[in-house]
Ligand binder design. Structure first.
Ligand code: COA
Length: 367
């Protein structure tokens, strides 16, 4: 059975930064309160022409470059997101088109902030089963578009960004070792976006009542997160036959510094074994784990052979963890430049649109 290695990685965040001081000029809050209660100092916010797909493509091109793969080498794209560009088509399909990954099947996965872990597990299982060789797993969000900037309980928390991993089949042992996935739908009300779906389609009343914004019972989510995070990490470790002594890095979902502290206490690990960057990005939901990983790699913290545990929680409620043996890119002679394929991707995409138009005209004349 092939192993599923993590062989490429990339991240992208919007340029615009919103600091706590900026927020204090918009609502009744202050830098000290936000830092004390969350650990967040600033977050990146998408501007008008930035979307989950554009951030995702920027992250994916970097990931493909690290893995030395062309977009057409990819068999599967899973985009985990809670801020999809449309209910349908899937954001993953927009990414597939913009990237020129013409051979890939693409779909979105919705498991809120835990989504990246669920998506990694799905991609790894597809590789392990032998049905695919190369997968692109992306976490991409512009959740600030769903934030009520008058609600100080939520608007201070979220930021935008995307992170991408390439997963590849290899006969060499390593890569994804184990994963656990959990859900408890009875807690769905504690973090939700009530309107805009088929139960409550958006209309004048829902907009007037602010039901198209994120609604959250912060204390309930905090209690849930501190209860499950450490435990999930331990479960994934046990499944992989590892203990905390074997692990170099825990990479947690970046929601709140205090939640990460509680997980560290539960696991009896010092905080310096946790990758933490919530101070500079806020909660980027499903993008937070790959963004934290890419930063840690770029700082030289993660080395080949390191054992890593990714752990997350989020709306749903959902939570989970995944243990991996970090092996880096697979050895290869070839050097590819995925960015250069994007011009062709654009041309091919327009040609396909044109072909559909002509097809429509011919059918219209014949019928
Ligand atoms: N600035 C200043 N004061 C604020 C504030 C803000 N941004 N937000 C809330 N407050 C006030 C409250 O109104 C409350 O005042 P009161 O005591 O006069 O009523 C007080 O601060 C304490 O509020 P509380 O909600 O108990 O604070 P908290 O310590 O629980 O922190 C969160 C609030 C949201 C930071 C915290 O509950 C949390 O992080 N929860 C998890 C959220 C999360 O991670 N969501 C995403 C999951 S993926």
């Amino acid at each position: 059975m092939p192993y599923a290695h993590i062989t490429g990685w990339g991240m992208a965040v919007p340029e615009k930064v919103l600091t706590n001081d900026d927020l204090s000029r918009m609502i009744d809050t202050n830098d000290e309160w936000i830092r004390d209660h969350t650990g967040i100092r600033e977050r990146h916010v998408a501007c008008e022409n930035e979307f989950p797909s554009t951030l995702a493509v920027a992250a994916a091109v970097k990931a493909l470059q690290v893995a030395n793969l062309k977009p057409t080498d990819i068999d599967l794209i899973i985009c985990s997101t809670s801020s999809p560009e449309h209910i349908f088509p899937a954001t993953a399909c927009l990414i597939q088109d913009q990237l020129g990954a013409s051979r890939a099947g693409a779909f979105d996965l919705s498991a809120a902030c835990t989504g990246f872990i669920f998506a990694m597990n799905m991609a790894a299982q597809s590789i392990r089963s032998g049905s695919i060789k190369n997968a692109l797993v992306i976490g991409a969000e512009t959740l600030t578009r769903f934030v009520d900037w008058n609600d100080r309980n939520t608007c201070i928390l979220f930021g935008d960004g995307a992170g991408a991993f390439v997963l590849q089949a290899s006969d060499q042992p390593g890569g994804v070792l184990s994963a656990v996935m959990h859900s408890d739908g009875s807690g769905g009300d504690s973090l939700s976006l009530p309107a805009g779906g088929s139960r409550l389609p958006a209309n004048e009343a829902t907009v007037h009542e602010g039901k198209h914004y994120i609604h959250m019972d912060g204390r309930a989510v905090f209690r849930f997160a501190t209860r499950v995070m450490g435990h999930a990490a331990k479960e994934a470790l046990e499944l992989a036959g590892l203990t905390t002594d074997d692990v170099q890095w825990i990479i947690p979902h970046q929601a709140n510094y205090r939640i990460i502290e509680t997980a560290a206490k539960y696991l009896k690990l010092p905080l310096d074994r946790f990758v933490i960057n919530v101070d500079r990005y806020g909660n980027t939901s499903t993008a937070s784990i790959p963004i934290a990983t890419v930063e840690a790699i770029e700082k030289g913290l993660i080395k080949n052979g390191d054992k890593i545990v990714f752990v997350g929680f989020g709306a749903g409620l959902t939570w989970g963890a995944l243990a991996a043996d970090w092996t880096g890119p697979l050895p290869t002679e070839r050097r590819v430049h995925p960015e250069s394929y994007r011009t062709w991707a654009r041309v091919r995409s327009w040609l396909r649109r044109l072909a559909r138009l002509i097809e429509g005209l011919i059918w219209g004349r014949e019928s």
